[in-house]
Design a protein around this ligand. Structure first.
Ligand SMILES: [Zn+2]
Length: 84
């Protein structure tokens, strides 16, 4: 089973139990975080996706040396910024 399939299974489970049991959802989210981190993936705060570190630009001021947003989200933010 690949990490993508596991994530999908957990998401389905969260959707299913979501409305009934908030505590279980929190537990599932924790499992998901641990699993993805173990795979060496990084969470994007913008699109909520788990991606490999090469999807993130470098950021010297961040604790792990990488941006909080993935390259795609960063790019979208840049477009929005230049439009204003
Ligand atoms: Zn993103």
């Amino acid at each position: 089973m690949s990490i993508e399939e596991i994530n999908e299974a957990i998401d389905k489970e969260i959707e299913f139990i979501g409305l009934k049991n908030q505590e279980s959802v929190k537990g599932m989210m924790r499992i998901k975080t641990v699993l993805n981190k173990a795979e060496g993936l990084k969470h994007c705060l913008c699109c909520n996706g788990w991606l490999t570190p090469d999807n993130f630009s470098k950021n010297k001021s961040a604790p792990d040396g990488l941006c909080f947003y993935c390259k795609v989200c960063n790019h979208e933010q840049d477009i929005r910024r230049t439009r204003i």
